[in-house]
Design a protein around this ligand. Sequence first.
Ligand code: GDP
Length: 477
Amino acid sequence: ADDALIALDTFSDRTAGLVHPALRLGVTGLSRAGKTVFISSLVHNLLNGGRLPVFEAVRSGRVSRIRLAPQPDDAVPRFQYEDHIAALVRDRIWPDSTRAISQIRLTLDYESASGWGRMFSRGELSIDIIDYPGEWLLDLPLLSQDFRTFSAQTWERAQKGVREELSRDWCRLAEAEALNAPADEAKARALAEHFTAYLKACRSDERALSILPPGRFLMPGDLDGSPALTFSPLPLPAEGRPEPGSLWAMMERRYEAYKTHVVKPFFREHFARIDRQIVLVDALTAINRGPEAVADLEEALAEVLACFRPGLNSFLSSFVTRRIDKVLIAATKADHLHHESHDRLERITGRLVHRAAERIGLSGAGLEVMALAAVRATREATVEEGGAKLPVIVGVPIAGETIDGQVFDGKRRTAIFPGDLPANPDQLFAARPEGDLVNFVRFRPPEIEETGGGLKLSVPHIRLDRAMQFLFGDRLA
Ligand code: GDP
């Protein structure tokens, strides 16, 4: 019955689409990748006549009106655009990051570029932007794993590299449980808390590791504290089956509940209806953390990309009828680099997705890689040092940020030599001396810029217009 309902749903979506064309654009990425900032800046630039020379429909003047409109899904929280943009533009602080799914609708009135198009299209397109945590996508592989396999994999991963140290407390606690210890809520909670603490430690700024299912342990949305999230993988029993009523059996049941009540509904109700997708990637942080974080990010991207090929997964292919036909992988925060390095960042990101994309057959016209900054918090300059001209970036570092022992006060403009990315992406996977490649201090959001006749003000960015052109330019042709 569930499936029939969904089929009906997609049908009514489609017929609605005939009357009023709508495009569902998914925006995802692991936490802190820049989803909130990206959506806020994209909407602001469209509403306020931002500088968008590569976005053809706007540049050529074919778009006559852009407005926010009520979203189609009543049960999904609205993306809090007004709050986020007030923080960014008025207070010049970064907005609160994505914690769960939300959406916002933009409607554009436009004139088709071709006479043929003008005759048949009403010249109105709605874009539903769906913001959701990338962590949730990493749960897809769990659907084909039972608790035993999931436990074994998580356990094995926890013994590798820096994870061994980070997982020690949780592992000790889990190992201390006898196989047939009776089910006990307090124990379950303690184990779940230690396990979550381990996952969080991996995601911390110093580690910047990426692959960490279950996704809701890091991004619980509205499920924080529910039994479906109060479980933990357990070491495998050497032989035999755990008895009914044991802690192991309790954890197994909760793991299955997590899949049924959390993972599946997300894919069925939200993911399945997306038409186009942008995946934001904070490659710079991973690059600074070294080869382990880079390799980990590559693996996480492979799992994310696999979600966009529903044919590879029997659960997804059972109900995903429309295909996501364009996926953009965007390395964010390019304003932390001098523009000479933007192409290198793009190449590195391309290298991170290339192998996975080939393996699952996702390469080609539908997949694009870019480096961008949804908000450009810096300007470029050159400084002279010992007769040589050095490219620098200038911005206001956030209070408390440090570089080479210097602590910033959050007020003064400062020039920073951003550092160099390697020309050959393979170097990022090789061991290298300690220390950051890129001098990464967080800057305050910039003052907004005048565009056009000086009447409108919009958020400065890098290549945001290129992203728009790729993601929905063709739908305004
Ligand atoms: P989310 O968790 O994916 O929603 O991430 P956010 O959009 O909240 O971004 C996390 C942080 O990254 C922000 O608070 C900013 O400090 C930084 N950030 C995101 N996008 C940009 C950007 O385009 N330029 C700069 N300089 N910083 C950014």
